[in-house]
Design a protein around this ligand. Structure first.
Ligand code: ADP
Ligand code: ZN
Length: 517
């Protein structure tokens, strides 16, 4: 089944859409004329590459940046997509290969430089090859008043008319005047479906909390919203069942949903959720695609989502009606460890794994943020924003402290034991706790032994978690999760850089006895 989400995962290796992408992909795939304005780095190329795979025939991509075109073609081919470019930088063999793929009807995306359109033969060629969509990157280049003006872009309107196919135009920079020019020149003045930034969902309240008796945290969150429709996302199928049971026991109407259930049972949950008021669905990420209930009042994550894109998409299911909606995302060191090992142990090529780690870092940065969450979130997607007044950190600024010395002590404990131990043992060393393992290894004779008595166990756990969140340390998959230092920690270790940590999670010691590993 080649749904948009399936292709997103299988071809591009992403688990969720970024803000705006899904709507744009659907519109372009459906053959609408589209003008989309997205910030740089927001993920424009996917908005025409994915529809190109969903439609029959060839998608012609016009872009002024030859290096960028060649990059995209290389990446697409690596992912197994038939793509080619006709640019002045081509070798003869490359050009021949493109023609052959076109003749055999294999090519899905043909990138061409705008100057190619000037050649008389181009129009005839494009007419012959069965073009089904024209995608125009950097569409503002059609503006005669802008400094990126490309005279050849003026031929694109003609091309669209000649081929009679839909056109999707993309740009990061377009003021009202430029937009008008794009509509006039590329769409003959017929307004296309427009997607103009503004992917923020200001009615959704954002909040994160460190796990501290997570089941109780979810139960209290739900109790404060009794009778409202909500979704709880969990990391595992088993947890959806136990948490749904716990919510039912607490008097809520709740049911589980995951990919391991019979199709019929899943459909039944979907139908109930759509029609019933106040149902809580406790689900894995399998729940959501077909869900367009407008009045979902809250979304909670009982476990850390997979990526910042996943987070945005999942919380975005709340408050579609524009009314106030609330979210709560729980996270803990086990989540971080699990996500890191899922990436490390996956079969993806090294570059993709690095990108996945970076995306996880972005989410952890959001979880450990010191300022407005929305600013941090939108900033990641390339949009600027002022403090939102609708997140937990705008509600109440977190208390912080200079964590430099604490972090240096922890790093020192890691290095003196040669990166062979997990947080539990390291905390024994820091707090000067003599266990059998400490004695056996002679770790009570380390200079670091007992230097961290100013914090208790639970506090050290919060410090280690924040260090993981800042990607200063990572579990080593080859050493059963022993913690290793990353390059990002070097400047702190050398006392060249300070680090601010949150003290709110340090203030109250764990209610449960601190877990030892
Ligand atoms: P631009 O909007 O500047 O053209 P790109 O299309 O080059 O941006 O995308 C910017 C980066 O975002 C790329 O590295 C791309 O792989 C990544 N990206 C795009 N969409 C997603 C997604 N849904 N999830 C994760 N990463 C994405
Ligand atoms: Zn805020």
């Amino acid at each position: 089944m080649t749904t948009a989400t399936g292709l997103l995962r299988d071809i591009f290796g992403f688990d969720a859409f970024r803000p705006g992408q899904e709507e744009i992909v659907q519109a372009v795939a459906a053959g609408e004329n589209v003008l989309a304005i997205m910030p740089t780095g927001g993920g424009k190329s996917l908005c025409f590459q994915l529809p190109a795979l969903m439609r029959d025939g060839v998608t012609v991509v016009i872009s002024p940046l030859i290096a960028l075109m060649r990059d995209q073609v290389r990446a697409l081919r690596q992912a197994g997509v038939e793509a080619g470019a006709l640019t002045s930088g081509n070798t003869d063999e490359e050009t021949d290969a493109v023609w052959q793929a076109l003749d055999e009807g294999r090519l899905k995306l043909l990138y061409i430089a705008p100057e190619r359109l000037a050649a008389g033969s181009a129009m005839g060629m494009l007419r012959r090859i069965g073009v089904s969509l024209i995608a125009v990157d950097e569409a503002h280049c059609v503006s005669q008043w802008g400094h990126d003006f490309r005279p050849d872009y003026l031929r694109i309107g003609e091309l669209r008319r000649a081929l009679g196919v839909p056109l999707a135009a993309f740009t990061a920079t377009a003021d009202a005047e430029t937009q008008e020019e794009i509509v006039t020149r590329l769409f003959d003045g017929q307004p296309p479906r427009a997607f103009l930034r503004g992917f923020d969902r200001p009615n959704i309240h954002l909040a994160f909390a460190a796990k501290n008796g997570p089941r109780q945290q979810i139960l209290s969150f739900a109790a404060a919203r009794k009778g409202q429709s909500g979704i709880v996302y969990c990391g595992t199928r088993a947890k959806t069942e136990t948490l749904a049971q716990a919510l039912s026991d607490a008097g809520h109407s709740a049911c589980a949903y995951h990919g391991g259930m019979q199709a019929e049972d899943r459909r039944q949950v979907e139908t109930r959720f759509a029609h019933e008021d106040g149902l809580i669905v406790v689900a894995t990420v399998a729940f959501g695609m077909g869900v367009d209930k407008p009045d979902i009042r809250w979304v909670a994550h009982a476990d850390l989502p997979k990526s910042i894109e996943g987070y945005y998409q999942e919380i975005g299911r709340a408050g579609r009606d524009g009314g106030p909606a609330e979210t709560l995302t729980l996270f803990g060191p086990d989540d971080i460890r699990l996500r890191r090992s899922q990436i490390d142990e996956g079969l993806a090529p090294p570059e993709r794994r690095m990108a996945d780690h970076a995306r996880l870092n972005a989410l952890l940065g959001l979880a450990e943020a010191l300022g407005c969450r929305r600013q941090t979130l939108l900033g990641y997607f390339g949009e600027t924003a002022t403090p939102c007044g609708n997140c937990d950190l705008c509600d109440k600024a977190p208390e912080t402290f200079d964590g430099t010395q604490a972090v240096r002590k922890a790093l020192s404990a890691i290095l003196r034991t040669e990166e062979w131990f997990g947080a539990g043992h390291l905390i024994d060393i820091l707090t000067g706790t003599t266990t059998d393992k400490i004695r056996e290894r002679g770790h009570d004779r380390l200079p670091t032994f007992g230097v961290g008595r100013d914090f208790n166990r639970a506090q050290w756990q919060a410090i280690f978690r924040q260090m993981m969140g800042h990607d200063l340390i990572r579990p080593n998959p080859e050493r059963h999760g022993a913690l290793t230092m990353t390059d990002a920690a070097l400047p702190i270790l050398r006392d060249q850089q300070a680090i601010t940590l949150r003290s709110d999670s340090l203030a109250k010691p764990d209610r449960r006895p601190a877990v030892r590993e």
